[in-house]
Design a protein around this ligand. Structure first.
Ligand SMILES: Nc1ncnc2c1ncn2[C@@H]1O[C@H](COP(=O)(O)OP(=O)(O)OP(=O)(O)O)[C@@H](O)[C@H]1O
Ligand SMILES: [Mg+2]
Length: 261
């Protein structure tokens, strides 16, 4: 253990410009995350004031030490709740060391040649984990597919450093989590049709957060004109894959069926 810590301290000097990096020590892989402040930019806060969109809710300012304390405490809290998180091997004021918990969900589904079976396997697994967090009356804070990992048939939750103003309620933060996850799916290059309605129904069945459906639909209504324009053949041709995927998601949101139980 002491050997690992002195090894990491040496590595920290070599990796001065890296805030997070992995290393192998005695055949085991670890991740080192250094303390750094969390904040949103001023322009981000201004956009939030203008558009009042949950998705861009600014994160609370925390000093490097506060952020490290927040993230490591939240990892402990999640562990106690039975949510899979990497074990904290060591922490001090400047950095902490985590056990490796496998590749990110994003990395398993992002490639062009990703198979449909993989999409149908990893996305529901990720949704199950996000729903588990929400059912424990918690939020992730950055539930994109790059902040969930997969190892030995289990999904793990990482990157818990972001927190928000006390006046922002839990449901808003959970809705933000879910929307961030959906948006992160538009970044994958897989040549597979993603059934967003099915994903949303799956999440809602697990959490009973029925009102999120209406919220997603009304978000899409705000850009309904753009969605219509995006469907015009000559416009669609101009878009790159990510913009096409974005409009595909929003078209699905716009057409969501409100089949309340
Ligand atoms: N315990 C772990 N096991 C496996 N991979 C990890 C682990 N911790 C971090 N990673 C990898 O490092 C990346 C960055 O870690 P993390 O998300 O905690 O840092 P961040 O700088 O806050 O990221 P972001 O870019 O999302 O703000 C992750 O996306 C993942 O690929
Ligand atoms: Mg991250």
């Amino acid at each position: 253990m002491l050997d690992l810590i002195s090894f990491v301290k040496e590595q920290n000097l070599l990796n001065k410009d890296k805030e997070i990096y992995s290393l192998v020590f005695q055949d085991k892989k670890y991740w080192v995350k250094k303390a750094r402040p969390t904040m949103s930019s001023l322009s981000h806060k201004i956009y939030y004031k203008i558009f009042k969109l949950e998705i861009i809710t600014p994160v609370e300012y925390k000093s490097a030490k506060e952020a490290l304390k927040f993230e490591t405490s939240k990892l402990k809290k999640f562990e106690a709740l039975g949510i899979n998180v990497p074990k904290i091997v060591y922490k001090d004021e400047d950095f902490f060391i985590l056990e490796d918990t496998g590749r990110t969900i994003h990395s398993h589904i992002r490639k062009k040649d990703t198979k449909k079976e993989d999409i149908l396997f990893f996305i529901p697994k990720a949704i199950e984990t996000i729903a588990q967090i929400h059912n424990c009356n918690e939020y992730h804070g950055g539930a994109q597919s790059r902040n969930l990992t997969y190892k030995n048939n289990k999904v793990y939750v990482i990157d818990l450093e972001d927190s928000f103003d006390k006046n922002i309620d839990l449901k808003t933060l959970q809705y933000r989590d879910f929307l961030l996850f959906l948006l992160s799916l538009t970044k994958i290059k897989a040549n597979v049709n993603i059934d967003y309605e099915d994903i949303i129904n799956n999440y809602i069945n697990l959490t009973q957060n029925y009102e999120f459906k209406e919220k997603l639909k009304s978000l899409a209504r705000r850009i309904s004109l753009l969605i219509k324009i995006s469907k015009l053949n000559f416009v669609n041709k101009l878009f790159g894959q990510d913009v096409k995927s974005f409009f595909k998601l929003f078209d699905s949101l716009y057409n969501l069926k409100m089949d309340r139980k």
